[in-house]
Design a protein around this ligand. Structure first.
Ligand SMILES: *Cc1c(COP(=O)(O)O)cnc(C)c1O
Length: 422
């Protein structure tokens, strides 16, 4: 079981919502920092342990800076994400560039920043040499275990996944990298998403530890770091339970003793690329009820929509909802909680039992601190909402709401004739 908390007491949060104007995201910076520190502490037995925070989960410079100060790095997969990490002051050696289908300019930027390049395909070795003139001193490969692992619902079956090099290609990748002067080797995989079963993450460690031994036997190459990727889940539903970093770490440590230290393969650094479990539970989308409508079903229409939080419409994902000020009221009414897009799947919840709703009620949609604002879009010319961060000194605006002028900034009106093509 997981208690669904709010970042401020209900009255304060409602007052702030009325002052700031809904919809907006609010993040609890204190809880995010604590969470990051607790992960670093849990794995402190592993020298040089790091979590490269997956920027896509919450791509805001203020958040990346806070996480960088807590000792995290950044996991980037595009050129703008690399720039965000740099803008947050995260040094190149703490940036993991885990891209796929990578453009030349992305390899170039990652190489110049001194980020760790994590190659998604054997053919990318030649691409990096062509674009950057050589391979970097440190290089990582992303492994796809194929039929060896089963995957889970969000990330899919590894055999069907576009990511990573196959088992048969892996040793060839390291040999080729060594021939081209690479000195430090890393191994990466990402086979889970939103996984709450700790066994699955432990199995991933086992798989990588075994591969480190296999690569050493086959090629003589020493893998210095294994990156277990992201994918640690969060309890979106109150009846679910979070993975404990301490418990997970203890199990991985036991396996490390046996499979790495016991076989003369140490030292081996450990890293993750978790995004969701770091910020997810510490963000809330705050929205107001615009209309309560009684049709064939009962609807509560919000001033937020799927363009502000796509997960429910995209995956049927559950997000807990609290009606501020009605915490203790009986949840006797079933509502579809909707947005205003001209799309009938624009719903935050279907048949959700909530207290009786009225126009003007303020709702907190929980666990939106990862893949919330960042998955937003502008369909129906919806403007992107603001983001706020609670810190010890108060509430900061870390992204203002988009305006109509922002929205049309890239539109060419009047249209520009591409004269060179006439
Ligand atoms: C999405 C992603 C992550 C982060 O996943 P979470 O579920 O947010 O932990 C890490 N690494 C890669 C390569 C990813 O694509």
């Amino acid at each position: 079981m997981t208690e669904k908390k709010l970042p401020l007491n209900e009255d304060k949060l409602r007052e702030f919502a009325l002052y700031a104007g809904t919809p907006f995201h609010i993040y609890d910076g204190r809880a995010i920092r604590e969470n990051a520190v607790s992960m670093m502490n849990a794995f402190s037995w592993s020298e040089g342990f790091i979590n490269y925070f997956a920027v896509k989960a919450l791509p805001n410079i203020a958040i990346l800076r806070l996480l960088g100060e807590a000792g995290f790095g950044a996991d980037c997969s595009s050129l703008p994400e690399l720039k965000l990490a740099a803008a947050a002051g995260i040094p190149g050696e703490r940036i993991m560039f885990s891209s796929n289908d990578t453009a030349d300019e992305e390899f170039r930027e990652a190489f110049q920043m001194g980020a760790i390049i994590n190659l998604d395909d054997i053919s990318h070795i030649d691409d990096v040499i062509r674009v950057c003139g050589s391979l970097p001193e440190t290089l990582s490969f992303r492994y796809n275990p194929g039929p060896e692992r089963t995957g889970n619902a969000i990330i899919g079956n590894p055999v069907e996944a576009k990511y990573g090099v196959t088992h048969d290609q892996l040793c060839e990748c390291y040999r080729k990298a060594a021939e081209h002067g690479v000195k430090h080797f890393m191994l990466h995989t990402m086979v889970a998403s939103n996984e709450l079963n700790e066994d699955y993450i432990v199995e991933t460690a086992r798989m990588l530890f075994a591969l480190v031994g296999e690569i050493r036997r086959e090629t003589g190459i020493i893998i210095e770091q294994v990156d277990l990727g992201g994918g640690i889940g969060i309890p979106y539903r109150p009846e679910e339970t979070a993975i404990s970093f301490h418990h997970l770490s203890a199990r991985i440590k036991d396996m490390y003793s046996e499979m790495i230290e016991g076989k003369g393969l140490s030292p081996l650094r450990l890293s993750f690329e978790c995004g969701r479990c770091i910020t997810g539970p510490h963000g809330w989308l705050i929205a107001k009820v615009l209309h309560v409508a009684h049709k064939y079903k009962d609807y509560a229409g919000l001033d937020a929509c799927m363009a502000d939080l796509m997960r429910p419409a995209l995956y049927g994902a559950y997000h807990h909802i609290t009606v501020l000020g009605k915490e203790s009221a009986a949840t006797r009414h079933l509502y579809d909680v909707t947005g205003s897009l001209c799309e009938n799947n624009d719903k935050f919840a279907i048949d959700r039992a909530l207290p009786e709703l009225e126009q003007g009620d303020i709702l907190a949609i929980h666990d939106t601190g990862a893949h919330g604002h960042s998955m937003g879009f502008n369909y129906n010319a919806k403007l992107r909402h603001a983001e706020y961060l609670i810190t010890d000194d108060g509430i900061y605006c870390i992204r203002r709401a988009e305006t109509y002028e922002d929205y049309i900034r890239t539109m060419m009106d009047p249209p520009v004739l591409r004269a060179e093509w006439q």
